[in-house]
Design a protein. Structure first.
Ligand code: SF4
Length: 71
């Protein structure tokens, strides 16, 4: 049985997943997604706007930069 099928929340989670990186095996497995990105000093795709998410830059620096930039 695939890991995704063992998680009782995977279908609900997938409904909230905004990540467009389609080949990632962690879609719907939020705990693994979080651990993966935290280990890399990053945050998951769902924290970013649709425009930001498309860059695949998941860094904390990018996230903060986009939210502290003033016109
Ligand atoms: S945010 Fe990262 S770990 Fe989560 S589904 Fe997208 S590529 Fe995979």
């Amino acid at each position: 049985m695939a890991k995704i099928d063992k998680c009782p929340k995977s279908k609900v989670n997938a409904g909230y997943c905004t990540c467009t990186y389609s080949s990632c095996p962690r879609h719907g497995l939020c705990c693994e997604c979080l651990h993966y990105h935290r280990h890399r000093n990053e945050i998951p795709a769902c924290y970013f706007s649709a425009e930001e998410e498309k860059t695949y830059n998941r860094s904390i620096e990018f996230y903060c930069q986009r939210r502290t930039k003033q016109a």
